[in-house]
Design a binder for this molecule. Structure first.
Ligand SMILES: [Zn+2]
Length: 311
């Protein structure tokens, strides 16, 4: 972008150029610029950018309100007009990260911004209203529906998305989606009783590792088979199974698994690929002594229940 274009983002005529710059601005959390760049081109590309636009617009509305507070040296919370968080809500943010760090043996290194959205915009995320996590280069950003304030789901959503920021720091892009969501749901203490019964009776089919990762990519708003929700439940059952294994507290073992993604030298990484191990396979082997396929077999709920199997 030339300096003249930067001064006047709306003057960019080419929608592809405008959107590329908007995405870059969004990725570094320059949300005001992202909004100005994208706004004249919202309907471009046959409307394919509309979902992304909704995120930009919602985060922009919060940023424009200029309401924020530091709840720890490296945690900022921002909220929109007409939504005043309680001091207890802010304290809950600090506590949630301390809790995840303690349980999974994590020392957070990058700052965290929590962005609460105007409840009038929450409906965009229906029926998956938990929020989302994104890496914004210099910091983590967690975006949560402001309508969660005051409900237990606020704490659960915080723990879930904070766990995603932990996975990003410890395993980066190497972690498969299923393991990422497994860790996040162990962190938010998701209950799996109903899902366990359905997998046991084969009402829901238990997927292979690659199939499971793909199931998360199903279109959430047009998903009559609830493929995505089942994928979450299967991942959670596997995470809970792992958290019950190992001599150390299981959640620490899950944290150690994340570190195991990035502790190989180049030669070892190449050697593992040659032998057909995936990054997840190797990380799980290192900590739990079993491969990805074996894990999926063992964690599958079998007929009959035992106390240990209760999620
Ligand atoms: Zn998640």
């Amino acid at each position: 972008m030339t300096s003249r274009e930067a001064d006047n983002p709306q003057a960019i005529q080419d929608s592809a150029v405008a959107w590329r710059l908007a995405v870059e601005a969004y990725q570094r959390d320059d949300i005001l610029l992202a909004y100005d760049l994208a706004r004249p081109h919202v309907g471009a590309h046959g409307g394919q950018m509309l979902n992304f636009w909704h995120s930009i617009e919602a985060e922009w509305r919060t940023r424009m309100a200029l309401r924020m507070a530091s709840v720890a040296a490296d945690i900022t919370v921002e909220w929109p007009a007409d939504l005043e968080p309680d001091p207890v809500d802010l304290e809950q943010v600090r506590e949630a990260r301390e809790d995840v760090a303690e349980r999974f043996g994590w020392q957070p290194s990058a700052p965290l911004t929590i962005c609460l959205l105007d409840p009038r915009l929450d409906v965009r995320w229906f029926p998956y209203r938990g929020g989302y996590y994104t890496n914004r280069g210099s910091h983590h950003k967690i975006v949560l529906p402001g309508g969660l304030l005051g409900y237990d789901d606020f704490g659960r959503a915080l723990s879930h998305e904070i766990a995603h920021s932990m996975v990003e720091e410890r395993a980066g892009g190497l972690c498969p989606i299923w393991l990422n969501e497994a860790v996040a749901q162990v962190a938010d203490r998701t209950s799996t009783r109903g899902a366990r019964r359905r997998f046991q009776s084969h009402l829901w089919s238990w997927l292979e590792p690659r199939e499971l990762d793909q199931a998360f990519g199903a279109n959430r708003l047009d998903d009559p088979g609830q493929r995505v929700l089942r994928a979450y439940m299967q991942a959670c059952l596997i995470g809970q199974w792992l958290a019950r294994r190992g001599p150390n507290p299981g959640e620490r073992q899950l944290g150690a698994t994340l570190d195991a993604f990035t502790d190989n030298g180049l030669w070892k990484d190449l050697w593992l690929r040659i032998r057909g191990y995936t990054a997840a396979d190797e990380a799980i082997r290192q900590v739990f002594g079993l491969g990805e396929d074996e894990l999926f077999r063992l964690a599958q709920p079998a007929g009959g229940t035992s106390a240990e199997d209760e999620g």
